[in-house]
Write a protein of this length. Structure first.
Length: 42
């Protein structure tokens, strides 16, 4: 039982990190797509 109590904050922080990682991935993908479209237009 003590282990689970210690693991919960770690899991919650890990989950928040995962969400941030997904957001960053979306931003990176959008920027790459934007650059590709710019190159096609130019």
């Amino acid at each position: 039982m003590k282990k689970t109590k210690k693991d919960t904050p770690f899991l919650s922080s890990f989950a928040s990190l995962g969400l941030d990682f997904e957001k960053n991935l979306l931003i990176i993908l959008r920027s790459i797509h934007f650059q590709c479209t710019l190159r096609k237009v130019l």
